[in-house]
Design a protein around this ligand. Structure first.
Ligand SMILES: [Zn+2]
Length: 211
């Protein structure tokens, strides 16, 4: 499916399930839903997102290596970095940030290694990105991200190119119902736009409708 359809469907799914009741929640849910809906397609190597992923994965790897080296060096030399870091930031926070960074790094390496609709279009990647999202976002945003990511995988199943749903198993699945840029893609886009508009109006009672 096209990027705009993924965005529209992701938004519609998140807004209809979570039904935000104020502008702030509408905006934050919409923002993370759009990111979640597009995240799976970073495996298109020629896309801007794909090139950016390749570049940034090196920096994250370097930062993690420096972090591990500093912690290890401090254990040996006892300069006090560990105490300051863990006391100021909090042991649990440091742990979660490192685990989150590792999850994102693993995701990026798999993106670079796998073919289109491979790892990123699997339940494995969905679980991993949901776990990483829950470390960095609040509950509402993390659920929105996960729902829109799931919607991306599900509507891609309608096409002829299979998704590697149970990565690392190599089997690919698809329903072969439609082309990725045909009439069903357009219908999904417009229906999702209408659903999203309804839930924004309904949720924040934009026009004071008696509903
Ligand atoms: Zn896709």
């Amino acid at each position: 499916m096209t990027g705009k359809t993924h965005m529209a469907v992701g938004l519609a799914v998140s807004l209809s399930v979570l039904q935000p009741k104020n502008i702030k929640d509408v905006i934050s849910i919409s923002a993370v839903s759009i990111i979640g809906a597009l995240a799976a397609d970073v495996d298109i190597k020629t896309s801007k997102a794909g090139k950016f992923t390749k570049k940034i994965s090196n920096y994250i790897m370097a930062l993690l290596m420096i972090f591990i080296l500093v912690i290890a060096a401090d254990k040996l030399l006892n300069i006090g970095v560990n105490n300051t870091l863990f006391n100021k930031v909090g042991t649990d926070k440091v742990f979660f940030i490192v685990m989150g960074a590792l999850a994102i790094l693993y995701f990026m390496i798999k993106v670079i290694q796998s073919s289109h609709r491979g790892f990123t279009h699997s339940f494995t990647a969905l679980a991993l990105s949901a776990a990483a999202a829950s470390l960095f976002l609040n509950t509402l945003q993390a659920v929105a991200f996960t729902l829109s990511y799931l919607s991306h995988i599900l509507i891609d199943l309608l096409n002829k190119k299979g998704c590697q749903l149970f990565y690392p198993l190599s089997s690919r699945y698809c329903f072969k119902v439609c082309k990725s840029n045909g009439i069903i893609n357009d219908i999904l886009f417009w229906v999702s736009c209408i659903i999203s508009a309804f839930f924004v109006v309904y949720g924040i009672n934009l026009f004071y409708l008696p509903i």
